[in-house]
Design a protein around this ligand. Structure first.
Ligand code: SAH
Length: 224
């Protein structure tokens, strides 16, 4: 209940400001968290092992940086979030409405680190074209999307979500198992997050995060 109340005050614009503008989104060095995240994703997808028809991004928030490397390897990307305000923000971006957050420095950086000389405009076009669905989700439900996706996803991606919406480690492990039900057997799950994190900011909302150690994550994955 406390978490739900916190998310009622979640302001997408403030979240983007707190987490996706400098100093965090400083592309001059990988000491900064945003270029680190983009590098993790670019390297993971560069392996060529993770591809298919559908990728579901769990708890997308109002952000698309996590989909930039993924979008080259899937026909369809499904973004999801619990909050309507975040789904609306994503929808505005996907439609190309004026005044939405400017992701172009992120797109430019990803094109650079992928090193294929792809023009930024081409990646942006593909990104918008492949983001076909933006769905409500609740990872605390046994069926997070309300009904199973058919066919199930070839891959799941979740960035800074499960630990940020779970009151304790047991809830994190349950959420992981719920989300796993969306994945086809043999599919891939990509989890991106920070260990030992205790809170983050979204304007007036200070959201608690369950601080995880690597063995907690490994145990939850094994159990799920
Ligand atoms: N993936 C984004 C956002 C992470 S913030 C990024 O990397 O920046 C955590 C997100 O989880 C928020 O967008 C929040 O709205 C969402 N969320 C909150 N409760 C949730 C729930 N019960 N199920 C799924 N997502 C939830």
């Amino acid at each position: 209940a406390a978490l739900r109340e916190g998310y009622e005050r979640f302001d997408p614009r403030a979240y983007l400001q707190n987490n996706y503008l400098p100093p965090r989104a400083d592309f001059s060095s990988e000491e900064f968290v945003v270029p680190w995240k983009l590098r993790c994703l670019a390297e993971t997808f560069a392996s060529g092992e993770i591809h298919g028809r559908t990728l579901i991004d769990v708890g997308s928030g109002p952000t698309i940086y996590q989909l930039l490397s993924a979008c080259d390897h899937f026909e369809e990307i499904v973004a999801t979030d619990y909050l309507a305000v975040n789904r609306e923000e994503l929808g505005r971006w996907a439609r190309g409405d004026p005044g939405t957050f400017d992701w172009s420095p992120f797109i430019q950086h990803v094109c650079k680190i992928e090193g294929r000389g792809e023009p930024r405009q081409e990646k942006e076009r593909r990104r918008r074209a492949r983001l076909r669905r933006i769905l409500p989700i609740d990872v605390h439900r046994a069926e997070p999307l309300g009904a199973p996706l058919s066919p199930p996803a070839d891959a799941l991606l979740s960035a800074f979500c499960l630990e940020a919406v779970s009151p304790d480690r047991a809830a994190f492990a349950r959420a992981l198992a719920h989300v796993g039900s969306l994945l086809r057997p043999g599919g891939h799950l990509l989890l991106l997050g920070a260990l030992g994190e205790s809170f983050y900011l979204a304007g007036p909302a200070r959201l608690p995060v369950v601080p995880l150690a690597e063995p907690d994550v490994r145990a939850a994955l094994a159990a799920a």
